[in-house]
Ligand binder design. Structure first.
Ligand code: PEP
Ligand code: MG
Length: 756
């Protein structure tokens, strides 16, 4: 059966579009299993019915016509029970429902399996036969395997078919992602893509056909020359046989057929890059489905070659891409460094297919106050360029080519948001307290030294987290001591009378420096934060010196150390901190300047430190809880992985319980405690944190006013009571629901809209 499975999969991979895929499957299954009938019913959730969408063996006129209610017949039962049903004589089963159109009564043997994707029943795959037949166990598992494969194909085609050319612009399409930065944006899609990967090139159209043909010609020529050079360099170093690879490349590149196909796409209006992508992807598909392993392997050569031509195309292209006003930036994987590089002035929204609400790109989007959606499954950016989009950053919904009434509705919501902002501005400058006057320090997380005026105007009590690595990520090499010093001094100048917490370089995980790449299998469990800087004291010491120099003349430097896991690491950090401090103190004293001893704390984000907190508390001046990573490690969910995003929630009972424990230990040890993860940006979560005893919350500036308003509406004892109440609940859903109701009862529903 394995060979049959491979053949079916191969045939399916060559199918074009959803209907073709379904048709191929039913006919291949009939052949492979030697049955008379194979059908695929797909779920229509608007009408709660299964619709016969593909069939072999019945009258084809009934495709799309036969509909069964979700609770009707054996198909309905499979959908409800979410498990296979296998019968020798189907008509004897009590759930059997006769479908006269297809003369089903003639068929006795029945085997049906559900098609399920992420817990959702997408349809049912059925085989039937006249002769009563006991299907083998192996046949059942064959069908189950096929249904599992089909489920991911279906969820894929479902989304990619949204972009069938004839549908573009005609219908509004809605995709669900993760809300990453709240707010609503309406704009036009502009796709950013890495220029060395053929698969990420978006469709773009051109009137300058000859111009694109010339660019292609030049890129191909340059690639020929490059290959020649490579071949010459390798002569004598590798065998003749290996050298022949370059000839093979030259042949593929020079083949008339291939060039003609690409040129044809350009003549149809594609720019050279997407013409190349379309043709290459078509060839890759054919090669990858070949039986011969040697030929299958050639697909990699073609891909490599295409990437080379692509690189040459962009090398020749010196035009800087303009970002027009009201642009929504779309990318397969928007990274923090991408955002740091693009001029943000005209960007109204951000969409990233990969990543999640706490990926660093999302954090930057929040900091910039730009609505963002991250994590859209199976969404291809290729056909989205220039489409009108609505981003609902509250719910994570992305609308493509929205109709006028939807646009009107969202314009109204944008207006409401403006009104809310004006209303919240009434609290600007008021002290940050609970309703009964308990002071809660609300500080800001900052990455680039921007938006500090806004923070001061609202009434921020300082900088609770400065992510120093973002500056490093914007550059092409490590910044000098002086360059860093200027960045940090700006923070002290702006927040002269407040604490300024600078976190030392926290690279690794999803924060990469182009000039210091870290390649790991498991980057979030790898070389991150102080693990890197302790291994590179030359980088760490320069940064520490820059921070100390910048703080000269200002009193309130707090130094936060990321990813500290053990006491040895902390001690080693102290050693380097003292070393840099002593040097700078001596240097400055010669110039008659003084610096104050910094407060040193750890970002508590590794679960191990929670269990050694008493000991850590004795050695530090403060603890700052980094919930973004702490949740990731406690829940064992990659903070960027869309597949497990539902588990990543700060309202999980386990998370609340750990935060409670941390608060208790810090209170007992009398060590100041603050929170700097995204959790503090959520007005509902902020209530819980204050109730748990956290009196210093640090958040993105765009959430400051909302959090300020939320806590000002409750007495401290009410929030403590609230924490008692939610401690009774055993699930995240109940906790969240309870908190939302409390917010609404206080008239604060507008602060959270949905999501958050
Ligand atoms: C955190 O982990 O909560 C944190 C503040 O750090 P980052 O999000 O930059 O990893
Ligand atoms: Mg972190």
């Amino acid at each position: 059966m394995l060979e049959q499975l491979r053949r079916v999969t191969q045939a399916v991979s060559l199918a074009e579009g959803r209907q073709d895929t379904l048709d191929v499957i039913v006919s291949q299954v009939c052949k492979a299993m030697d049955v008379e009938v194979c059908s695929i019913y797909l779920a229509d959730y608007e009408l709660n019915q299964f619709v016969l969408m593909a069939n072999r063996g019945f009258n084809p006129d009934y495709i799309g016509q036969v509909r069964l209610d979700f609770n009707q017949g054996l198909v309905g039962l499979i959908g409800q029970r979410e498990e296979p049903i296998h019968l020798q004589q189907a008509s004897l089963h009590p759930a059997y429902s006769y479908v006269p159109e297809v003369r089903e009564e003639e068929f006795n043997a029945f085997l049906g399996v559900p098609i399920i994707h992420r817990r959702k029943v997408l349809g049912v795959l059925v085989i039937q036969q006249k002769e009563p037949r006991q299907f083998e166990l192996e046949e059942e598992t064959f069908l189950i395997t096929l249904a599992a494969q089909l489920s991911s194909i279906l969820s894929n085609t479902e989304i990619n078919e949204l972009f069938e050319p004839e549908e573009l612009g005609l219908f509004t399409r809605t995709l669900q992602g993760t809300p990453a930065s709240t707010g609503i944006a309406i704009g036009t899609a502009c796709v950013m893509f890495p220029q060395e990967n053929i698969h990420s090139v978006p469709d773009r159209y051109t009137d300058d056909i000859q111009g694109e043909l010339d660019k292609l010609g030049a890129a191909v020529k340059a690639t020929h020359l490059q290959l020649e050079r490579m071949s010459r360099r390798m002569q004598g170093l590798v065998s003749e046989q290996e050298l022949s690879l370059f000839d093979a490349y030259q042949q593929i590149l020079g083949s008339d057929g291939l060039s003609e196909e690409i040129e044809q796409q350009i003549r149809e209006g594609h720019w050279a890059a997407s013409a190349l992508r379309i043709v290459i992807q078509r060839h890759l598909k054919a090669f990858r489905s070949m039986q011969d392993p040697y030929l299958r392997e050639r697909a990699n050569d073609i891909e490599d070659l295409a990437n080379r031509v692509l690189a040459q195309l962009f090398k020749a292209n010196t035009e800087v891409q303009e970002i027009p006003p009201e642009t929504v930036l779309v990318a397969e994987n928007i990274t923090a460094s991408m955002l740091a590089e693009v001029p943000m002035g005209n960007i109204v929204g951000i969409v990233s297919v990969k990543g999640s609400a706490t990926s660093h790109a999302a954090i930057l989007a929040k900091a910039l106050g730009i609505p963002a959606i991250i994590g859209l499954e199976h969404f291809s950016v290729a056909r989205i360029e220039n489409k009108k989009l609505i981003i609902d950053g509250y719910n994570g919904q992305l609308y493509i080519s929205p109709g006028q009434s939807l646009l009107n509705q969202y314009c109204r919501l944008i207006e409401e948001d403006k009104q809310l902002a004006e209303e919240l501005a009434e609290d600007d400058g008021l002290p940050n307290t609970t309703k009964d006057g308990h002071s809660i320090k609300l500080m800001i997380n900052n990455n680039l030294g921007t938006d500090l005026d806004k923070a001061k105007q609202i009434g921020a009590d300082g900088i609770g987290l400065f992510r120093s690595e973002i500056h490093f990520m914007q550059l092409q090499q490590f910044p000098s001591e002086e360059a860093q010093c200027q960045i940090y001094r700006h923070l002290f100048q702006e927040f002269a009378d407040y604490p300024v917490t600078i976190r030392t370089l926290d690279i690794g995980g999803d924060k990469q420096l182009s000039y210091f790449p870290i390649n790991e299998e498991n980057p979030f469990l790898g070389w991150r934060g102080v693990r890197v800087t302790l291994d590179h004291p030359e980088i760490f010491l320069v940064q520490l010196r820059a921070i100390f120099k910048a703080s000269a003349g200002f009193g309130q430097l707090k130094l936060a150390l990321p990813m500290v896991t053990t006491l040895e690491e902390l001690d080693e950090c102290y050693r380097l901190i003292y070393q840099a401090f002593d040097e700078v103190e001596e240097e400055l004293s010669k110039q008659g300047q003084q610096i104050n001893t910094p407060q040193v704390g750890i970002i508590l984000e590794v679960p191990a430190t929670v269990f050694q907190l008493e000991t850590f508390a004795k050695r530090v001046d403060f603890i700052s809880v980094g919930t973004n990573d702490l949740i990731q490690y406690l829940m064992a969910v990659d903070r960027n992985n869309v597949l497990v995003k539902s588990l990543y929630s700060h309202f999980q009972p386990a998370i609340i319980s750990v935060l409670k424990q941390v608060s208790r230990v810090c209170q007992q040890a009398r060590v100041p405690l603050q929170i700097c993860g995204e959790m503090a940006s959520d007005p509902i979560a902020a209530l819980v944190l204050v109730g748990l005893g956290y009196t210093e919350l640090s958040m993105n500036v765009s959430y400051l006013a909302k959090v300020k308003r939320a806590i000002s509406r409750f007495d401290l004892c009410e929030l403590q009571q609230l924490v008692e109440e939610i401690s009774e609940f055993e699930t995240e859903a109940k906790i969240k629901d309870h908190l939302l109701k409390k917010m609404e009862a206080r008239g604060l529903g507008g602060l959270v809209r949905a999501g958050n």
